[in-house]
Design a protein around this ligand. Structure first.
Ligand SMILES: C[S@@+](CC[C@H](N)C(=O)[O-])C[C@H]1O[C@@H](n2cnc3c(N)ncnc32)[C@H](O)[C@@H]1O
Length: 375
């Protein structure tokens, strides 16, 4: 059945919440067998991480692979840090594209044999990704695309059960973990939509919160060179670290909820009774709304996503034909499987199909206000 469901412009209905736990990079990353850091232009983060790990008795050797996009060190300080990282045993690479990690020879051939046989990193870290576009300022779509391609690539070099960590300035990710009292309801749609990007790679948000970076690190990418360090420090305070894990390995946190309004003509009463007789499991205890909710719950469970609500929002009787119509709002979010806007639309259509086939509801057609499936 080709039917477009109407997706609510508001990305989520739940009260916005700023409740989030701090993300301690050193604790998180020293607990995994190997770490790939990408886009670390200045190597400040990687060096801070290696030093903090050393203070805990963990060597960077056979554990840390630090990389930058730029073909060569951006300045003398970056070159010095790269050398220091090498002395601590880390593998350091320039010219590594975070969207094309698979197939790259990130590790020394000599140590590949007994170290990380790529693809197999316990964690991939990208702090403050930001597209570099020749000749023009980057647009929000450029950064959305960078995230989509990065997650897809990182997933391919991730060990089973590994994690992907991305720090963003507050508001860029758009999840409830970003929210403050002043956050608009449409914040997610206007954001870089990090949950959608990760969900496309079957990754769910396992934790998000203010980052606790190692040592003295402050995000160099967002501070003008030579500028007052307090500017960089303020970015740290206002940033959000996101920790993603493969779907099925953890409970999703800070899920973005996608609300779909699904509208139907009801069948004549006799047809409803007939449908319930054919499918007793669908028989409603309290009426047809419960039957619809059961139908929606079954479709969401089969898809592995969460159904947070399936409630009637409107009832209408046509004065000329006497036909009855109802509209239900299905609120869908990550569950066992990660939920992108696109996947939520697929589930909404599946709910529609189940209601049509199981309850003989007749779907009414709608324009998709949300635009394309991954809009
Ligand atoms: C805002 S800076 C952040 C730098 C560093 N991660 C930090 O926290 O200070 C954005 C970084 O993203 C890098 N970047 C952009 N596109 C990339 C790509 N495709 N692969 C790897 N790095 C990329 C840029 O080179 C730049 O260093």
């Amino acid at each position: 059945m080709l039917l477009k469901a109407r997706i609510c412009k508001r990305a989520y209905e739940a009260p916005l919440t700023a409740m989030s736990e701090a993300v301690d990079y050193v604790a998180l990353l020293t607990a995994v067998p190997s770490v790939l850091v990408v886009g670390d232009e200045s190597f400040e983060f990687s060096l801070g991480l290696a030093e903090a790990a050393a203070a805990r008795g963990k060597s960077a050797g056979r554990w840390l692979c630090a990389t930058a996009y730029e073909a060569a060190p951006v300045d003398a300080a970056a070159a010095t840090r790269a050398a220091e990282l090498g002395c601590l045993g880390a593998v350091v690479r320039q010219g590594v594209d975070a969207t094309r990690l698979e197939g790259m020879h990130l590790c020394e051939p000599s140590i590949q044999v007994d170290w990380i046989p790529p693809p197999a990193f316990g964690a991939v870290v990208f702090n403050f990704p930001y597209v570099v576009v020749e000749g023009r300022r980057p647009r929000v779509d450029d950064n959305r695309e960078l995230l989509v391609k990065f997650f897809a690539s990182a997933r391919r070099v991730l060990r089973p059960g590994g994690l992907v960590v991305v720090a963003l300035a507050r508001g860029q990710g758009g999840t409830p973990a970003d929210a403050t009292a002043g956050t608009r309801r449409d914040a997610y749609q206007n954001s870089w939509r990090i949950l959608d990007a990760a969900a496309r790679a079957d990754l769910v948000l396992a934790a998000a919160g203010p980052p606790q970076f190692p040592g003295n690190y402050a995000p160099a990418g967002y501070r003008r060179r030579g500028a007052d360090r307090r500017i960089a420090d303020s970015y740290v305070k206002l940033s959000v670290a996101h920790v993603f894990r493969p779907e099925g390995s953890c409970m999703p946190r800070h899920a973005v909820e996608f609300a779909h309004d699904l509208s139907f003509w009801l069948p004549a009463a006799a047809a409803v009774d007939e449908a319930f007789a054919a499918c007793p499991a669908m028989a409603p205890a309290d009426g047809i709304d419960d039957a619809f909710a059961a139908c929606a719950a079954a479709a969401a469970a089969a898809a592995g996503v969460g159904l947070l609500a399936a409630t009637r929002t409107d009832a209408y009787a046509c004065p000329t034909t006497g036909r009855h119509a109802r509209t239900y709002r299905a609120v869908i979010a990550s569950g066992r499987r990660a939920c992108s806007k696109h996947r939520s639309s697929v589930v909404a259509l599946e709910i529609t199909r189940c209601a049509h086939e199981g309850l003989r509801f007749v779907p009414r057609s709608y324009a998709n206000e949300g635009g394309g499936p991954d809009d």
